[in-house]
Design a protein around this ligand. Structure first.
Ligand SMILES: NC(=O)c1ccc[n+]([C@@H]2O[C@H](COP(=O)([O-])OP(=O)(O)OC[C@H]3O[C@@H](n4cnc5c(N)ncnc54)[C@H](OP(=O)(O)O)[C@@H]3O)[C@@H](O)[C@H]2O)c1
Length: 325
């Protein structure tokens, strides 16, 4: 089969297309004929050996494979050959076939568009776990989303609206903020040109944001935390800026606020039943057209390194997807 292979750690240009043996499904795995695979920020880190998961070399990146189940291990009960599936596999998806642990495989309606599904489920699963399970976001609350035009951010914007929140999208350009407004954001803050804390204060008439969804970290985090409301929840989702923020403990003390970690993969491993319930809700909303990730561009497998480079260069708005013909 054809696969994009990482033989030595490095930037996207070090990846190469190769002919490699097709994987075989182990007893607890599903073999997927991959039609499309979402491109996510962790892919850019895994290939540099800078992410929490460190697959042995050589490996294929690509953590969000959608296609058809063509073989199912004997211990797998919820998937059968022929099912349309999403495999939130961590890596291995930029390939014609991927063998994925069954707890990471979710059956989709037969008519699901693979490109749309590959753009959606990882980011929305993360954002839904964050907003529902970790923040207990309530209708009418004010949700501030940083990096709001990125994959995780835009999912939080759309889900925040679906859950009844007032959404303040924050991003680095007016073009990115236009997209957030198109996806339902009520307010937009350009943090390249405006002070984040002052802007949120103005929008919320001094009350602050009840929930902050932060997949960016770095220098934005302090202003975002200081903009939080009484009993606010600050969701630590990721560090796309490349820098892990440190927080002054007096802010949560004075605001009765909490700083809350979000790990979708930890949740999926440790609380599989709750994760499956969340996924079923998201699959239903996707089928009903209530959630739909913005697709930035569809790349071929040969172009996948460029997709990773575009993501690392902060060019992608919504989601890049690799389609496997
Ligand atoms: N905790 C979890 O379970 C979980 C799950 C999925 C992803 N994540 C993490 O969430 C973060 C975002 O992932 P994603 O897939 O949404 O990424 P993405 O689509 O690339 O979005 C990240 C956003 O961060 C902003 N950004 C600021 N500085 C940046 C920089 N130096 N390089 C790149 N982007 C920068 C960009 O928005 P502006 O240009 O508007 O600033 C960009 O749109 C990553 O750290 C990822 O590992 C965590």
């Amino acid at each position: 089969m054809r696969a994009l292979i990482c033989r030595t750690h490095g930037p996207p240009q070090t990846l190469a297309l190769a002919e490699v043996p097709q994987p075989v499904a182990q007893p607890d795995e599903v073999l997927i004929a991959v039609k499309a695979c979402g491109v996510n920020f962790p892919d850019t880190l895994i290939i540099q050996n800078k992410y929490q998961f460190k697959p042995a070399l050589p490996f294929s990146p690509g953590g969000e494979a959608v296609g058809t189940a063509i073989a199912v291990g004997e211990a797998v009960k919820h998937v059968k050959a022929g099912d349309r599936v999403a495999g939130l596999c961590g890596w291995g998806g930029f390939a014609e076939y991927a063998a994925v642990k069954s707890t990471r495989v979710f059956v989709l309606p037969a008519n699901t568009n693979p490109v749309s599904a590959a753009a959606t489920f990882y980011n929305f699963a993360t954002a839904y776990h964050a907003l529902k399970d970790r923040a207990q976001l309530k209708p009418g609350e004010k949700l501030l989303v940083l990096g709001a035009a990125g994959g995780a951010g835009l999912a939080a914007v759309e889900l925040g609206k679906l859950m009844g929140a007032t959404v303040i999208a924050a991003a680095s350009s007016s073009e990115k903020l236009e997209l957030c407004k198109h996806k339902g954001a009520d307010y937009a803050v350009n943090y390249s040109t405006h002070d984040l804390k002052e802007s949120v204060k103005e929008i919320t008439h001094g009350a602050g944001a009840d929930v902050v969804f932060d997949p960016v970290g770095g220098t934005l985090a302090e202003g975002a935390l200081r903009s939080i409301a009484w009993r606010g929840r600050y969701l630590v989702v990721g560090f796309a800026s490349g820098s892990i923020p440190s927080f002054a403990a007096n802010v949560p003390l004075l605001k009765g606020a909490s700083i809350t970690g979000v790990s979708w993969s930890g949740f999926a491993e440790r609380e599989p039943e709750r994760n499956v319930a969340n996924m079923q809700q998201l699959i239903q909303w996707h089928a009903e057209g209530k959630i739909s990730q913005q697709i930035f561009k569809v790349y071929s497998l040969t172009e996948a390194p460029q997709a990773l480079q575009d993501l690392a260069d902060r060019k992608v708005m919504g989601k890049a997807v690799v389609q496997i013909e």
